[in-house]
Ligand binder design. Structure first.
Ligand code: F6R
Length: 620
């Protein structure tokens, strides 16, 4: 979605803004703009439709725009088509106020009408222009300072927003406000920064403030202040970001997605090791899950009646797989919900339900809403989140942080893998606490879990086989993924990876469902990928593969080493190392990520920024 960067300090702002925006390109956008001012002069606003490169060319990489205070934006069109006039920054009628905005002002039409009645005019179709003029209206009508004018606007608007605002009368100052959309402030040595996401400013500082919801801020070259809605000063403590700048670079890989696929052994290992008690490097150590680290007590778990896992997209798929894992290990009812459905469905849940919200970004609008609704119903909430300081991480009762590091490619890989690990750890810890698993079984499972990173590495070393197979199917029209149980969860993710980056239509089916309709779509040469990692279900899914083969399907079979007889049935077999079957997803998903990636590359597609998609979906 949209990106925001701001800088005020001693250096020329425009190159810093453009460089920061380039770090947010992965989020998806269709136009960009900057507003930069020198001292008391009016801001110079430059915008361009299309890639950031166009804006960089227009401004000689920012060098042609003078001034040390500025705000920049990459826009993902919501209100009004992608165009230069709809691009941000937007300015008020007499240019007193200039602002950029992420999010949506839902009642913007009402605000426009009010402003039209008061003599304002509009040059764009955006909701943002309405809000900028509303700030201007209050600022002048009530002769308020910037903070009070913004606060009054915040009370009047509905929706979600991260705003960065400059006032003509306040040179060298940037004002910010946020509600349900991320915005951070970075403290630098040569000035201060604002951004909608950490990678944009990581090159300059790792000392970051996370303003709370409905908070405002005033940023100058050497001061950072925060205010609540009453206009009172609020003290915030900075957080040191552990990610280093190179984590947001491609590091020699052609695409972020490939780099992130290769980071999985590290990301998975870091996440496992962060929640273990006992020495993970000693073969005979008694290992256990450190639930205390997330504040979960035996007492809280004893009373638990149900678990409800909520997420969107891949995070939801992590939930589907782990429904099987939790039910099998913890023997507790588990339901899995799409956040966008859950939030509007009035689900009937036992008061002793734990709601687990899974989110990489911690800002997905539907997942955040699901979390808030759960809390309103008095349910306990636990978030599995990658981004520290994100809204979901701050608002959940308990947080299990994943250690994927910054994920730049739109299609998730390493964050997904660490979310799986987060769930396994919870399931094992819960099982011991509730008496459905013995301590020695826990330790054995955890030792096995510790072997997963090396096994992922082994799969990655054989990636050329998948590359070869991908080349054969780059022109496929439809692909079907079939599996049962945990394998169905794997199929859902494999299918999403395929369609989102290679634009090939694909569907995931619980293998037993094929006969109930979908099998009529199988034609000569249709690629069907069977996932068969669960020994109890192996023969069942194999029979489903035979059924589609006899209708002309071309078969790829994905299973664990040892099931060599699969080669009698399928045309192309992929084996992943053996592991405990609860953890099979962590290995089987790797060849499917590679398959989606290589097909997209062989079609010459923009792998890291697939069309119509954004990295973090902060609007409904
Ligand atoms: C797919 C993908 C998305 C996200 C979904 C949730 O590759 O990345 O489906 O998983 O948008 O995002 P988060 O985890 O940030 O809540």
């Amino acid at each position: 979605m949209c990106g925001i960067v701001g800088y005020v300090g001693v250096n020329q702002a425009a190159p810093i803004l453009l460089e920061g925006l380039s770090k947010l390109e992965y989020r998806g956008y269709d136009s960009a703009g900057i507003a930069v001012r020198e001292g008391k002069e009016d801001p110079v606003v430059v915008k361009a439709k299309g890639r950031l490169r166009v804006l960089a060319d227009k401004t000689d990489n920012g060098k042609a725009v003078h001034g040390t205070c500025g705000i920049g934006h990459t826009r993902w069109a919501t209100h009004g088509a992608p165009s230069e006039s709809n691009a941000h920054p937007h300015v008020s009628n007499d240019r007193s106020v200039t602002a950029v905005h992420n999010g949506i002002f839902e009642n913007y039409q009402e605000i426009r009408d009010k402003l039209l009645r008061n003599g304002y005019t509009f040059y764009s179709q955006t909701d943002t222009e309405a809000a900028v003029n509303l700030i201007d209206y209050y600022y002048k009508k009530y002769k308020m300072g910037p903070i009070d004018a913004i606060a009054k606007t915040m009370v009047r608007v509905r929706g979600s927003y991260a705003l960065a605002v400059m006032f003509r009368d306040y040179p060298g100052e940037i004002y910010i406000a946020r509600k349900d959309a991320p915005l951070i402030v970075g403290a630098g040595t040569d000035g201060n920064y604002i951004a909608s996401d950490v990678p944009a400013i990581l090159q300059h500082t790792r000392t970051v403030y996370y303003p709370d919801n409905l908070m405002m801020g005033r940023i100058t070259a050497d001061t950072i202040e925060f205010y609540d809605l009453n206009g009172d000063l609020v003290k915030l403590d900075p957080v040191e970001i552990q990610w280093d700048a190179s984590a947001a670079e491609k590091g020699g890989y052609e695409h972020f997605m490939m780099k992130e696929i290769h980071e999985q052994p590290r990301a998975v290992a870091d996440t496992i090791r962060s929640y273990l008690k006992g020495d993970p490097d000693k073969e005979d150590a008694l290992l256990s899950v450190d639930l205390g680290k997330i504040g979960i007590t035996d007492e809280m778990l004893k009373g638990l009646k149900e678990i409800c896992i909520v997420g969107c997209g891949s995070a939801y798929h992590v939930g589907v797989t782990n429904q099987y894992v939790f039910e099998d290990l913890v023997k507790i009812p588990v339901r899995v919900e799409l956040a966008s459905e859950y939030r509007y469905r009035k689900p009937v849940l036992d008061p002793e339900t734990l709601v687990i919200i899974i989110s990489q970004s911690g800002e997905t609008a539907d997942s955040l809403a699901a979390l808030r609704i759960s809390k309103e119903h008095g349910l306990k909430t636990l978030a599995i989140v990658n981004v520290v300081g994100s809204s979901i991480a701050r608002e959940a009762d308990y947080v299990l942080q994943t250690y994927a590091g910054p994920e730049i490619a739109v299609a998730t890989t390493k964050a997904y893998s660490t979310q799986l690990i987060g769930c396994y750890l919870l399931a094992i810890g819960f099982a011991v606490s509730r008496g459905t698993m013995q301590a020695h079984e826990e330790s054995e499972l955890l030792h096995e879990l510790l072997t997963i990173p090396a096994k992922i590495q082994k799969i990655l070393e054989d990636k050329e086989r998948i590359q070869w197979f991908a080349a054969k199917f780059a022109n496929a029209h439809d692909v079907f993924f079939i599996g049962r149980g945990i394998d169905y969860g794997i199929c859902l993710e494999g299918s999403l990876k395929m369609k989102e980056i290679s634009y090939i239509h694909s569907e995931a089916y619980a293998a037993g469902e094929l006969k109930h309709g979908t099998i009529s779509l199988i034609e000569d040469g249709t690629l069907v990928i069977g996932v068969l990692t669960q020994s109890e279900l192996y023969e069942k899914t194999l029979s489903n593969l035979v059924e589609v083969k006899s209708r002309g399907a071309y078969l790829m079979g994905l299973t664990m080493s040892g099931n060599f007889d699969i080669e009698d049935t399928v045309n192309f077999a992929v084996f992943v190392p053996k592991t405990d079957e609860h953890f099979a997803n962590s290995l089987a998903v790797i060849p499917l990520q590679l398959l989606g990636y290589y097909i997209a590359v062989s079609k010459g597609l923009d792998v890291d920024k697939p069309r119509n998609l954004a990295k973090s979906v902060t609007v409904e």
